[in-house]
Design a protein around this ligand. Structure first.
Ligand code: S3P
Length: 443
């Protein structure tokens, strides 16, 4: 059982980060580990599983569909797969909390089942766009309905006969790609997805790890359906680079820091945060590079550095899409101007991350100007002050790190959702040197 997640963070100004630590397991890989092992034939052992609310929402959804899952105990999960055709109708709607990944990936999988399902979520998830999966799934023959605004709840009608399509994605989205590949496992013929820019490829890697053939060539990913099977395996989930990113930024901005993050997944489709911080002048050393369960992992050492503002290369945007809240804090501490464009997707994450981050930076005295698809930030001195995270886990953790360079305390509201991706954040950050205290008081 996880401890309750604090609703408010109080962070004392100053300090630095040091030592060695391992952040929790990768959220994207944890979701997929449950989904694919549930559909496999045989028993899969997962280690390093993220015991955060998002990946637990996926785990519970599969339990509700009749899959016998033991754990999680200290990141260890045993999944007794039911095969591609062994899922059972859940007794009621599947509630997926804050987790867009659960809902979008499950949409593809459930579109092919013989039973009806309704998927719901919390206030934030209930505002997020779902047509991006519903539309291409309908082209495959699925019967799936959103609200009039194109948002959850999602009603998926069973018994549809899916056929493979050739889909060119209008947005670079790993969730849409993965949704269609999962539907493609059940479709007649070949399903192909072409991405406008590379996005995280954990689904493709893991499908191959389960012995399912996937072809990837020039940004086009193909799976064949009807007839194949997944064979149980073992999965070691690396530490999440998206969670490590807060500590990387914290160590880079706080004078006197020297921090090593252990066993971090450094899949090439996820390393935008390293590339961007290095372009800004951060001292980052990668060591002990190895393979773990089909994914590259390494230790990452970050030392405090003099950061400079940059124009962020557009090709890095999908590779760092979840790390911009942290990167905006780095930009606020850099000398000169940082310009981000081509990142309109940030407006439809757990919150509108462009507006919410700009508001928070301005509240701390930084010149931050939001644009429709990015932000212009002029580095400067950070004051303390109150921050509303709008219930967005990554906004809360980013501003916690900002306190390392602030002249006064930073108080962050609405932080309970940090538990969706990073249970134990407060304790780990405090052990590394951040003056953070969590509180369960309601604002
Ligand atoms: C994810 C893909 C990304 C990312 C999200 C997790 C995934 O979303 O922002 O946190 O696990 O596939 P998009 O695919 O919508 O960019």
């Amino acid at each position: 059982m996880n401890a309750p997640h604090p609703n408010t963070f109080f962070v004392a100004p100053g300090g630095h980060l040091q030592g060695r630590l391992r952040v929790p397991g990768d959220k994207s890989i944890s979701h997929r580990s449950i989904m694919l092992s549930a559909l496999a034939e045989g028993t899969t052992e997962i280690t390093g599983f993220l015991q955060g609310e998002d990946s637990l929402a996926t785990l519970n959804a599969f339990r509700e569909m009749g899959v016998n899952i033991e754990g999680p105990h200290d990141g260890h999960v045993t999944v007794h797969g039911v095969g591609l055709h062994g899922l059972k109708a859940p007794a009621g709607p599947l509630y997926l909390g804050n987790s867009g990944t659960s809902m979008r990936l499950l949409a593809g999988l459930l579109a092919a089942q013989p039973f009806d399902v309704v998927m719901t979520g919390d206030d934030s998830l209930s505002r997020r766009p779902m047509k991006r999966v519903a539309d291409p799934l309908s082209l495959m023959g699925a019967c799936i309905e959103t609200s009039e605004k194109g948002t959850p709840p999602l009603h998926v009608r069973g018994g549809a006969h899916l056929k493979g399509i050739d889909y060119v994605m209008p947005v670079a989205s790993a969730q849409v790609k993965s949704c269609l590949l999962l539907a493609g496992l059940y479709a007649d013929g070949v399903t192909s997805v072409t991405e406008p820019a590379p996005t995280r490829d954990h689904t493709e890697r893991m499908l191959m790890g389960f012995g399912y053939p996937v072809e990837c060539k020039n940004g086009k990913i193909c799976v064949g359906g009807s007839g194949g099977k997944l064979i149980a395996t073992s999965i070691d989930v690396p530490a999440d680079i998206s969670s490590a990113a807060f500590f990387m930024v914290g160590a880079a901005i706080a004078e006197g820091s020297d921090l090593t993050l252990e066993h971090v997944g450094i899949n090439p489709t996820r390393v935008g945060v390293i590339n961007i911080l290095r372009l800004m002048g951060a001292s980052i050393e990668i060591s002990h590079l190895r393979q773990s369960g089909g994914e590259p992992v390494a230790d990452i050492r970050v030392r405090s550095s003099h950061l400079r503002g940059i124009t962020i290369p557009r090709d890095q945007v999908p590779l760092a899409i979840d790390e911009f809240p942290a990167l905006f804090i780095a930009a606020a501490c850099a000398e000169g101007e940082t310009v981000l464009s081509g990142a309109e997707e940030l407006r439809v994450k757990e919150s509108d991350r462009i507006q919410v981050m700009a508001d928070g930076l301005v509240a701390l005295g930084i010149d931050a100007r939001p644009t429709p698809d990015g932000m212009v930030i002029r580095g400067g001195g950070l004051s303390g002050g109150p921050i509303n995270s709008h219930g967005d886990h990554r906004i809360a953790m980013a501003f916690a790190m900002a306190a390392l360079r602030a002249t006064g305390p930073v108080m962050i509201d609405d932080c309970a959702n940090v538990g969706t991706s990073f249970p134990g954040f407060v304790e780990l950050a405090r052990a590394a040197g951040l003056g953070i205290v969590g509180d369960n008081r309601q604002p």
